[in-house]
Design a protein around this ligand. Sequence first.
Ligand SMILES: Nc1ncnc2c1ncn2[C@@H]1O[C@H](COP(=O)(O)OP(=O)(O)OP(=O)(O)O)[C@@H](O)[C@H]1O
Length: 583
Amino acid sequence: MAKDGILSAEMVSEGMVHQERLVNRLQHMYRSLSLSGHNLSDVSVLSNYVHLQKLILPHNQIKDLSCVSHMPCLVILDASHNEISTFFDFEPPKKLKEVNFSYNLLTEMKSLFAYESLSKLILDYNSISEITGLEQCYRLTHLSLAHNKISRISGLDGLPLTYLCLRGNQLQKIDGLENVKSLQVLDLSLNRVTCLTGLQSLQLLCSINLEKNQISEIHECKHIHNLLLLRDLNLLENPLQEQPNYRLAVIFLLQHLTMLDQEVVTAEEKVTSVNKYDPPMDLVAARDHMTNLVYQLMQPQVLFDSTLPSVDSPYPLLVLTGPQGCGKRELVHRLCQEFCDYFCYGVSHATREPYSGEENGIDYHFINEEDFQNMIRMGKFIQTMQYKGHRFGLSRDTIEGAAREGLACCVHMELEGALSLKKSCFKPRFILVIPSQEEIYISHLKSRGLYTPAQIDAAVSRIDLYIRTNERHPGFFDNVVPCGNERKRFVTEEFYHNLPTPWRDIWILLMDFMIMIVKVGGTLASFLCSQTVCYYNVLQTRVQVKQQIDEITSLKSIHYTFSLITACIRETQLPNICVYLST
Ligand SMILES: Nc1ncnc2c1ncn2[C@@H]1O[C@H](COP(=O)(O)OP(=O)(O)OP(=O)(O)O)[C@@H](O)[C@H]1O
């Protein structure tokens, strides 16, 4: 222990960790000195040790470090746990890289422009209230100012920091970091931070510690959603932890995390979070199918009453699917009008308000949410779907109604509904009606005057979903009908007059939806031919079986008509249509 706190030459030689002989072999050169916890207050003797590279003096009572001015080779200085109140009060050693002044009495930072080699600076547990003087520290990568009195982050612009610790300060928001682009590890624990804005541009961040702050909203995580390298996030002891499903919600928003709140994020948690907050369509469909089936099975049996098929006797359903407002609904109506001997419009239930001109029981069965839920519980639906906050569902009664009249049911629905139906024992035929020209689709939606711009964007964005499904799952749709302005383009006066007479009549008959119906035609006719047999098998009466034969004859004639139209179109060399017809 030092007498009166004064460091003597003997003590220095005891504390020397590393010494080397100089070239002349007569003198020693001291490289590293470590004197921890010696109650030292006067270390002026060190002015003689000019070759020191590493000086470790923690847990003393040193107030004055001016001896460092005589150590031009010093690289590492640890003067933590002392009584230093003046900031870097010595001539700058040119090579000084690492400095630790934590647990001292520093109240302010001064310019360190002359310390150009400084790469690591630790100033924890002082009373510093503002970060200043670091502007010229072009090599500073590690800065720690934990447990000071800093209330605002400043003075760090453009520094090459990879590690920054401001734990235990008085920060309420995160600003002043936008230009610290190289930051990888950030510790802001034990502050009063309420929101995460200010982090979104720090693309290299891989670890953020925000333990013990005031963050109360899970959606704050959206600000760090785009930080693709972020692996470790600590939000322990923030109010948001009280929110239901907190962990899953955060994992869902930050899918790259491997550690959350000091616990490993498992693959199961990631899958569960996605299934909860953005379930893949297939999962939604499977759940929907399962729900409706289970509720149906829970009802008293109505087997003998039902004309509907079982697993081995499918019932013909024609499903037109496509994005909202693409024209599929009109096409279904039209098909059911034109071919009323074969098709019946399957009216879905909907919880949305009717648009003007819509009629209850014709466009939808409009019901309220409570009634819809009751119908689900009573096993009434075959398929349901939530779309933009409203519920839609196709009921067994609707289909039974069509079946009792000896007709095939024709419905329109979104892709999720189609997926759910695919899982049922029905074997529907699916026709995708897809806008071929985005601008025309958008202006059509606008002209309906029913949708907000956000709803239009959402509908347009689903075009891609349908196209991807069609590309990735060949055969998912039995036919694809592009809708756009082809109709206007092709049904010109000239085209019409050039048609031979019988074909002209057919065109008149189909007029508005001609092109679309023709394109559906291939599927439609073959579908009816193949499915009607099954349907009549379901009804199981002799009379109807007899009727079936007659029907099929006329169906064949429809098929024939379609092939004539096809040939006619081919003759007029309309390549677009021919392509669709041949698919
Ligand atoms: N049972 C159902 N299952 C799934 N989707 C359905 C069902 N019934 C209707 N839909 C679809 O829900 C979407 C929203 O229906 P809505 O009637 O509000 O649309 P819209 O604006 O009138 O457009 P559209 O002319 O395409 O019907 C439409 O794409 C519609 O086809």
